[in-house]
Design a binder for this molecule. Sequence first.
Ligand code: DGJ
Length: 721
Amino acid sequence: MTEETVHLARGGTSVVLDTTTPGVPAIVYWGRALGHQPREALDALVVAARPQRVSGGIDVPGGLTLLPLEAFGWQGTPGLTGDRQGTGAFPALAMSTLDVTAHSVTVSAEDPVAGLRFTALLELTASGLLLQRLALTNAGETPYEVRSLQPVFPLPASALEILDTTGRHLRERSPQRHLLTAGTYLRESRRGRPGADSTVLLAAGEPSFGFEGGTVHAVHTAWSGNHRFSAEKTPTGVSFLAAGELLLPGEGALQSGETYEAPPAYGSWGHGLNELAARFHDEFRLRPAHPRRARPVTLNTWEAVYFDLDLGRLKALADTAASLGVERFVLDDGWFRGRRDDTAGLGDWYVDDTVWPDGLTPIIDHVRSLGMEFGLWFEPEMVNPDSDLAREHPDWVLQPEGRLPVPGRQQQVLNLAIPEAYDYILGRLDAILTEYDIAYIKWDHNRDLLEAADARTGAPAVHRTVPALYRLLDELRRRHPGLEIESCASGGARVDMGILARTDRIWTSDCIDPIERLVNQKYTGLLVPPELQGMHIGGPVSHSTGRAHGLEFRASTAIFGHYGIEWDISELDPEELLRLGEWVTLHKAWRTLLHRGHLVHADLPDPAMDLRGIVSVDRSAALFGYSLTASSASYPPGMLRFPGLDPEQLYRIVPARTYRGQQGNGQSPLDWLQAALDGRPLCMTGRLLQAAGIQAPVLLPEHSLLIELHAVPRVPLSEGF
Ligand code: DGJ
């Protein structure tokens, strides 16, 4: 390898860069680790990857560099767009320095004529993610405006199919797939938060790639504001993904000497989505601030009592919760001044003394005396027009000059980039966290932003409020060490690595119907590991869909995440309490594995069948959940194959004794498995379980069965059976 060819390898990933390309370096390979490669072979790869000149084309065709620009022959979407009041739209940023370390490459580039300086940091993280951080500095005398600065990630030629997610409130992260054809496929968020419809990743892979197979690459932007993801296929056969910020007019304006930093962009790849997602999960788990103590089983009051915050009722709820083994009690919306329903009060973060004459002390002391932590709901970025805050500081509300945007949930958005507004919110939250014993904040954000402009100047302000939010979260955590924060945004409308860098879980969706949650949690899991996904057992009839489900379906679909209950459990009969308590106990018995192990999904041909599991890091045990979301196409449903196990290991397969669905004329799943072996344990190797599997137990539709796998000592098979 000459000095011009760079091979980074880490976390199972290799990246090879050609640093001799016109402009800045180009990634010529990104994917599975290549192992040791002879220098000449890598040099040859670089030469072999150079674009060819073709008839009808330009004389020096440009390839996809880290910053593809027209100045170097690139004819697709440029990596940088911007101008100096209408001029300087075609910069020729050429590399000036290159710094290579074991796992990173830093490139600086300059265009003295355009008055621009560019830096790119490329890093392979320990988990094998490819991180790109791009920045552009205005080195000229006059203002320059960045319109877009997009990190790009090359795709292999085999990437022919796109997967991303869309959705809406109560149905976030629904997958959609289609072909990657010539042109640009664009997913933008203009909601001031990623949004319920945003895609958590933009992925492209081999035709019909799944969770278990098919090479697939994906990108994500660690940013909680407006974003822009794209997949592009050019007529020259180059395909790539891009992930950056969507800048509103003026947001990228740079005075002389100022720098715009694009949000960190992450790329992952895998042979199947299980492997691709595992790199993100590992990345989260390697963070120093990743929550490592057991995730406390939580009771959230929202769907239990809504705004009916009666102290006696809340105490009774807390008593029942504690008796079941709940470890954290979260008081949701409605506790602060003027907040009797969702029309008023946001911004007035003082305990409402008409409801709480003795403050929050009575409920907090009660919860603490039961051995539970106490958590409290806030929506710090929001303000109701009907609040003292809005009346006193109308100019703190984001709005174009002189006109409030269309409200959402009767509320408007505070401009946290105004220092006085920021100080007020920080001061109020800090005061409440200082006065009371609060271990946890549920941090909500219940509306999309519209016309988010600074009231004083009329200038769009999303780009500036996001760092202010991050500063606020960081400062609160600094002042209150140990404080945990949940990021909620009408449920799951703000799910990104930017917010998750400073929070401890997301509220995955406001919908806790298990049918909806199975899809939502599966695709949220492309990015977010199970321990950071809030999953609650709701009441028997879902508040958001009206569907009724038994406890085992509700509980066994929630068990794979940060477990909780969101249901008025104070009036359950003793039998129901007993069963619910068993679910809490079961979760606690498995949670270390569930919150540290590897999440896997099986690709099953029948869309009504869902099999997911978490395999311990040493692959000695696993818990799988098999669910039927509708009646199965065949009867019996077919084979269940279990991915992610140790192929050489023998596992005992144990159906968890939680299934209570009636079976009509068929056998119950428990009976079926037991009868098949005359009561002997069912044991198979990981290889057999993945390649062949077992007959799926017959379930009623909208039911789940948990299946435990336990490694058994390696004995000759003849003795074991
Ligand atoms: C939306 C959240 O997602 C709910 O869980 C709840 O906290 C409400 N807001 C409260 O207003």
